[in-house]
Design a binder for this molecule. Structure first.
Ligand SMILES: [Zn+2]
Length: 105
């Protein structure tokens, strides 16, 4: 099975290179994830990435009461980022978590 590869701003971050014990940040709307040891670089990525989403997407997430959208829930589960409350209270989020790719041992 091919492992997912995520590409951000010209940087490639393969899931096999991801270390959940090292600093990282992620998008609560689409589930993009970025890992770097420097907090300024992570913040720059986060702000730059946030601008790629529409105001409507940001408002929709805020109004939903969920930490992660179902799309983000799906993509981030393999990285250990899971929104349990939304998985319990929202059917779409629950389905996204159940269908999410599992972490390979
Ligand atoms: Zn995003």
């Amino acid at each position: 099975m091919t492992k997912p590869v995520l590409t951000f701003h010209g940087l490639a971050l393969a899931s096999e290179d991801f270390d959940p014990n090292k600093p990282h940040t992620y998008c609560r709307i689409c589930g993009a994830i970025f890992q770097h040891s420097n907090i300024k670089i992570r913040k720059r990525w986060s702000h730059g990435h946030a601008d790629r989403h529409s105001e409507a997407e940001h408002v929709s997430l805020a109004k939903s009461g969920m930490w992660l959208t179902p799309a983000a829930q799906y993509r981030l589960a393999a990285y250990g980022v899971i929104d349990i409350v939304s998985a319990v209270t929202n059917e779409e989020s629950e389905a996204a978590l159940k269908e999410a790719p599992k972490v390979q041992e």
